[in-house]
Design a protein around this ligand. Structure first.
Ligand code: PEP
Ligand code: MG
Length: 589
């Protein structure tokens, strides 16, 4: 029987395929009843999983033998001995037979039992073993899931990615040809996983708490990324309905693509430059350079996350040159490393923080580790010799941070000149406006920078005190809040008065419901996931500047988010729906 799960619409589009679970966790496991005659087969799966995990552990031990002390390497011996313990094996096999459950459930139960015993021990060293056990359990489940996954991912068929979270580092494991949709238990529309899904053009629903609990790998499902709905085991009628929807969407996309090379101007001739956001190097292929004005935000941390260690200066130069080539010679804005918060770097140990989003992240971290900043800025400068590059600083809070970064930049320019290494000595330096207090000190900061880029994803999170990754408060994360719009207007006014360019690179720049408002508030540069460029262009070409300004003035005077949303519905959605209607009729004929 079909089941409908409600989540958060994170990336538009409809997809129909089997769900495949990624990410091993002892909490979320496949569950199945096992009949008596299947028990030996189920028990037999354990040996394969043990062999796979043992092989991994031994390989890891060999890889790290030169880097870790003997004591640390013995952790792996301890894990291997649990793995090969005959009692552990027998207990798991008995659990399968006694309860008629699948191996994953048996493992979960046995590990929980053992863990409780170890955790209650007096001896601290023995208590530590509870963590080892858990880790072994997780690895075994991981090996079993991986085997199960290959049934669906290795046969050239389409599938849907399901996991607790979609992490930026997952982009590397996806088979772009066959992944059709993403469903996660956690996250919000403005989480980096959702941003990545949009930039890859993959429909996604996030914050579906139960998805990992109530589905197994292989369950047929529908992801409706526009409504934020996941349908498990859809009925033939539901399937037909969504197949029709997907066909209609393809019609709309075709219409949108047809006008992708039209100038991005309002009907009365106001130019609004539309740039692409790029998440790492793998993203560059999706950029339609002729349809955009360049790359308005290159999130360099994604390129760092795809690796196993920090890229060297030369590797970074190659990466940045590749981005510049991807932009077809148009400007590329490189944001310096914005790790921390929800973007950890596997190979750079960060402290556990109670409030990571208010913690050691972005430029704060780089100024504490100046080597990272020097190497990166020097690499961007070297790449800038071959085109138009700009440097953007994330998470700036004060003027003094910009002063320090300017000094670093000046020093690097002087060094490169002295060494005779080509670079752009006039490279522009800008800051992200994403920490609210920056808005209050813009007049002090503007003389120091060449441009501003408004990071509305974080700015809204901090203005509204709503975690962008927390599905429980996702409803409160609403950039249509009149207070947010007033702050956005203030930023545009201050930058324009100082003669500095200002763009928006947060997700609202690519949300076509915002386009007329942002133009009306004074923005002429918008940077977004490339898939949204055609939509935003169409919206732009439907509203005159006077209409945009009138809409913005009315929205700014509203006293509630709901009132702004109504205004958007009445004035903006009506035109869009009219357009969609035409597209659908064309599709039908
Ligand atoms: C933002 O905060 O709006 C932004 C563009 O940066 P990120 O989403 O990477 O935090
Ligand atoms: Mg940000």
């Amino acid at each position: 029987m079909s089941r409908k799960l409600k989540g958060i619409a994170a990336a538009p589009g409809v997809a129909i395929a089997p769900l495949v679970h990624f990410h091993a966790s002892l909490e979320h496991i496949p569950t199945a009843k096992v009949a008596a005659e299947q028990v030996p087969h189920e028990q037999g799966r354990l040996a394969g999983a043990i062999a796979a995990v043992a092989q991994n552990l031994q390989a890891l031990q060999r890889e790290l033998s030169g880097q870790l002390a003997g004591g640390q390497l013995r952790i792996y011996d301890a894990q291997l001995s649990i793995l090969h313990d005959p009692t552990f094996r027998r207990d798991v096999e008995q659990e399968i037979a006694a309860l008629g459950v699948n191996l994953e459930v048996a493992l979960q139960r046995v590990i929980a039992r053992y863990e409780a015993v170890f955790a209650a021990m007096e001896n601290a060293a023995m208590r530590e073993r509870a963590a080892d056990l858990r880790d072994i359990g997780r690895q075994l489940i991981g090996a079993l899931l991986a085997t199960e996954r290959t049934k669906y991912t290795a046969n050239g068929q389409d599938y849907l990615f399901a996991a607790d979270e979609f992490l930026p580092s997952d982009a590397g494991i996806l088979d772009r040809q066959h992944i059709r949709g993403i469903v996660t238990a956690h996250g919000g529309k403005y989480s980096h996983g959702a941003i990545l899904a949009r930039s890859l053009g993959i429909p996604a629903v996030v914050g579906v708490d139960e998805v990992m609990l109530v589905s197994n790998t292989g369950t047929d499902a529908i992801v409706d990324g526009d409504a934020g709905i996941v349908v498990l085991e859809p009925s033939p009628e539901e399937r037909a309905h969504y197949e029709r929807l997907a066909r209609e969407q393809r019609g709309v996309e075709r219409r949108l693509r047809e006008q992708r090379l039209q100038p991005s101007v309002t009907p009365d001739g106001t130019l609004v430059r539309l740039y692409a956001n790029a998440e790492g190097v793998h993203d560059l292929d999706g950029i339609d350079a002729p349809a955009t004005a360049g790359i308005g935000l290159f999130r360099t941390e994604f390129a760092f996350m795809e690796r196993r260690q920090f890229p060297t200066e030369d590797e970074q130069v190659a990466m940045y040159k590749r981005a510049m080539a991807g932009a077809g010679g148009k400007p590329v804005t490189f944001r310096t490393l914005d790790v921390g918060g929800d973007k950890p770097l596997g190979y750079f140990k960060m402290p556990e923080e109670r409030n990571p989003v208010l913690g050691w992240r972005g430029i704060r971290l780089c100024l504490d580790w100046p080597d990272i900043l020097y190497t990166q800025m020097r690499a961007i400068l070297r790449a800038s010799a071959g085109g138009h590059a700009r440097i953007l600083l994330p998470m700036v809070t004060s003027r003094s941070e910009v002063v320090r970064c300017r000094e670093v930049l000046q020093q690097l320019v002087a060094d490169l000149r002295e060494q005779g290494i080509p670079h752009d000595p006039e490279i522009e330096l800008g800051v992200m406006v994403e920490v609210p207090v920056v808005v209050m000190v813009l007049d002090d900061l503007l003389p120091l920078v060449d441009f501003l880029s408004v990071g509305t994803n974080d700015l809204v999170q901090y203005l509204l005190a709503v975690d962008r990754d927390n599905q429980r408060v996702a409803k409160m994360y609403d950039p249509f809040h009149p207070g947010v719009l007033r702050v956005l207007r203030q930023i545009a006014e201050r930058a324009t008065a100082a003669g500095k360019s200002v763009s928006i690179c947060g997700e609202i720049a690519g949300d076509h419901w915002f386009t007329p408002l942002l133009v009306g508030l004074g923005y002429r540069d918008l940077s977004m996931a490339p898939v949204f460029v055609p939509r935003v262009k169409l919206m732009l070409r439907s509203f005159t500047l006077a209409e945009c300004q009138d809409l913005a003035a009315r929205a700014l005077a509203m006293q509630s988010t709901a009132a702004v949303r109504r205004l958007v519905q009445d004035e903006i959605q009506v035109r869009w729906t009219r357009y969609l209607g035409t597209a659908n009729e064309e599709q039908a004929s």
